[in-house]
Each structure stands twice: as C-alpha cells, then as structure tokens.
Design a protein around this ligand. Structure first.
Ligand code: PFF
Length: 449
C-alpha cells in the first residue's frame, strides 16, 4: 500500500476544530430546527441523539480509520485498501457526486445568510413586525438576481479559501470563530428563554412524545445526523488522511460529535421558544431560522450588533462546511486526475454555481423546475441527506467490517496497541454488525413505505 506523504494538521485541537468546522454549519442552525419542527420536536430530538451516539460516532471513527490508514482521498482510499475490487472505488465517486449535489442547495441557503448579513448591516430588520420580516424573506426566494449574487459571493469565498491550502485555510479560521458562535448562541438562548410563551417552545423541543416516533421520524433523524456530522460521503476520510499517527481517533471523533450536537441543541433552544413566543409554527421550515432569529434580535438590547455578528459567524460556519464539501472533488481531481489545485477548484466551483442557480430558481412559485411537489432544491436536499449519505454510510461500515483487514482496523484504532485497547472489539462489533443492520432496517422500512 502506498503511504502518505502530505501535510498533517498542526495540532490535536486543529483537527477537532477543522472536523467540527465541517460538521457545524447550516445543518445545525438551519436544517436541524426544520427537521425537528417537522418531525414532532422532542420525539425527533431523542431519536436524533441516540443515532448520533450509536451510529454517527462509530461511522465517524470508521471514516477516520480508513482515511488515516490509506492517507488518501475517498476514491484512492477504497482503491488502495481493497486492491483489485474496483467496485469499492465507486463508493468514493458517490461521495464526490454527493458533495456537488449538497453544495448546490447548501450554497443557496448560505446565499440567504449573506443576504441576512446585508440586511443586518443596513439595519433592515429594525422595528419591523413579523409579517414584514416574513414577507421580506418570502420575496427573497422569489427574486432572481439577489439570491444568485449572494450565492456567487459565497461560492467565490469557498473557492478562494480552498486555493489557499489545507491547514492554513481551514484551521486558522475555524479555531477562533466557532467558540465565538457558541458564545453568541448561549446569549441568544438566555434571551429566548425569557420571552413570554417560551416554555411551550421548550416543551415542544425537549419533551418527547414517544407516540410520535415512526419510520419517517427515524429516517429523517438518521439523515439529519449524517448531514450534520458530515459523515457517509467520505469527507471525513479525507480529513482522516491528514490526522497525525499518534492522535486518538476515537476521542477526536467523540469531541467532534459533542461539539456538533451542542450547537444543534442550542439552536433548538434558541429557535423554538422564540418561534412559539412570536407565533411562528414549528413546521415553518426555512422561516424558523431566517425569520425567527431577526425577530429575536429586534427584542434585544444591542440587537443590531448581535444580529450582524450572528449572521457573519453563521456565514463563516457555513464556509468551513462548504470548504470541506468542495475539498472532496478538488482532492479527487488533483490526486486521481493530476489536475492542478487551482484549476480543480475553479472548475468545481463553476459546476457548483451552475447547479446552485438552478436550485435557487426552482424555489420560485411559478417555476417549472419541479418534480411532482418537490422543487429541485428540495429534491437535492432529500436525495442527498436521506438516501445518498445513508447509503454511503452503510457501504462505508460494510467496507471496514467485511473488506478491510481486521488487523488494519485494530492497528489504526489503537495507534499500534497504545490506546483504546479495551474498546476495540466492541467498536469493531458495532461497525461490522450493528451499524449495517440498523441502517439497512431503517432504509428498507422507508423504501417499503
Ligand atoms: N455538516 C454540515 C452542516 O451541518 O452544515 C454540512 C455538510 C458538510 C454535510 C460536509 C456533508 C458534508 F460532507
């Protein structure tokens, strides 16, 4: 097997920050509340937590192990760890394709975030009532040029950071900024909880009504967990390839899962109490983040600065995720096809931007870019998170459990018998038997429906 010879992350904190940077993003603050709101609140939340712990964490460890063992991007990793089995390399391609599709709708939502930054700068939200803020957001989706320009800015920023290189680009930004985002969310949480009627929102989000748990809730929680943790499409295989030999992969994965989940929980604690207090329904989808939050800032002393700061940080959180998404095709083009990094990034960014324009136009009410009741935008979201990522995750654990040598897993998992010795058998068992079985059952139940 060819061994790696590339940059490693500078420090343990650097890897956690970068992987958490990939994980924490619009998935936590925009998508998580949408999914929790549409799937019964507390019922969704409890299933989500269980999935993160019992399926997300082992899959993250799996990706790190495959990445560090091979020292390569997903396509190269599957090729080199299972030589002669061409089929597995396709799993790497699935990740590359999935990255493009996710980026298309991700950059659309990031475009709304940039629009919110602009609105915050110009003090647009100040003194506006709910109906006006809601109308402003709905009209943005109907516009043609405004969202496209915002998306262009976002795609450009992503490509720019990628061209600057891995450690310098990713590590530098995420290390300082994510803790600040956490701090602001805590302040927002405190404010939201003191609003009149907030208790109803807390109850909705945190009190599970077990009768609401069904196949759809479980499959959506699975998709959300994979999406939020950035697993199931090989992104973290790429990150694993940069992790130094003596880092403990399990504790790194655990820290990333914890950081990501804390941000999602905080987002729920901010958004649901505030939404209930303002009379926004939990099924309001996109508006939960883009209407509730500006309304909350309106109620706060120093709201102008909080609003501005928050949306700038959210844009940066989205950037650290989109960087990791775009890094997947770029690494594939450079490592497998020998194209220069600059060219690979430029071509990939143009491809993403084109898809992104289609996704954003598909949200117009008079659009023809719909399949049934699904807009192209919704379709991308649904197909990637609910199916491609979960199928990718399933195949990845099968690969590790059934194709890779057990000794290779043990060596990598225990850092050549120095850490996690007691945990290795249990983890291997979960990855080999429990995870594949659980994901298959969830997916089959959903397909049958
Ligand atoms: N995890 C990111 C978020 O929650 O915003 C989105 C994402 C990044 C999904 C990277 C998938 C991925 F591979």
């Amino acid at each position: 097997m060819e061994k790696k010879n590339k940059e490693s992350f500078g420090s343990k904190f650097g890897i956690i920050a970068a992987a958490a940077g990939s994980a924490i993003g619009l998935g936590n603050i925009y998508r998580f509340p949408c999914e929790a709101g549409a799937n019964g609140g507390g019922a969704f939340f409890i299933v989500y937590l269980a999935i993160v712990l019992f399926m997300g964490l082992p899959l993250m460890v799996t990706e790190f192990v495959i990445g560090r063992r091979s020292g390569k991007n997903p396509v190269g990793a599957f090729k080199s760890l299972a030589p002669g089995h061409k089929g597995w390399a396709r799993l790497g391609y699935l990740g590359v394709i999935c990255s493009f599709l996710i980026l298309a709708f991700y950059c659309t939502v990031a475009g709304w975030t940039i629009d919110a930054v602009w609105k915050a700068i110009t003090n647009y939200y100040h003194g506006k009532d709910l109906a006006t803020v809601q109308f402003g957001f709905d009209s943005l989706k109907e516009e043609t040029w405004q969202p496209i320009i915002c998306e262009a800015v976002f795609v450009f920023l992503t490509a720019f950071i990628i061209i600057k290189g891995v450690t310098k680009g990713i590590e530098k930004y995420s290390k300082i900024l994510m803790p600040i985002l956490l701090g602001i969310l805590i302040i927002l949480g405190i404010k939201a909880l003191t609003l009149p009627g907030a208790a109803e929102g807390v109850k909705f989000f945190l009190k599970p009504d077990f009768s609401k748990i069904n196949g759809t809730v479980v499959v959506n929680a699975l998709g959300q967990a994979f999406f939020s943790l950035s697993i199931g499409m090989g992104i973290l295989i790429t990150y694993g390839s940069y992790i130094a030999k003596n880092d403990n992969l399990t504790s790194t994965a655990f820290s990333v899962c914890i950081c990501d989940t804390i941000i999602a929980i905080l987002a729920g604690i901010v958004i649901f109490p505030a939404a209930f207090s303002f009379g926004i329904t939990p099924e309001a989808g996109d508006s939960l983040a883009f209407v509730t939050l500006p309304m909350l800032f309106n109620q706060m002393a120093g709201g102008y600065f909080f609003c501005l700061f928050f949306f700038v940080l959210l844009t940066i959180a989205a950037l650290t995720s989109s960087i990791s998404l775009l890094e997947a095709p770029v690494l594939y083009f450079t490592e497998e096809l020998g194209i220069s990094r600059k060219k690979a990034t430029t071509y990939s960014a143009i491809g993403v931007f084109v898809l992104c324009i289609i996704a954003s136009l598909s949200l117009h009410s008079d659009t023809c870019l719909k399949i049934g009741s699904f807009s192209f935008f919704n379709l991308l979201d649904y197909i990637t998170a609910t199916f491609l990522m979960t199928i990718g995750g399933l195949l990845t654990v099968i690969f590790l459990g059934w194709k890779m040598k057990k000794e290779d897993f043990y060596d990598e998992f225990t850092n050549d018998n120095t850490v996690n010795m007691r945990l290795r058998k249990a983890m291997y068992f979960i990855i080999k038997y429990i995870s594949p079985l659980a994901i298959t059952v969830i997916l089959i139940t959903q397909f049958i429906k």
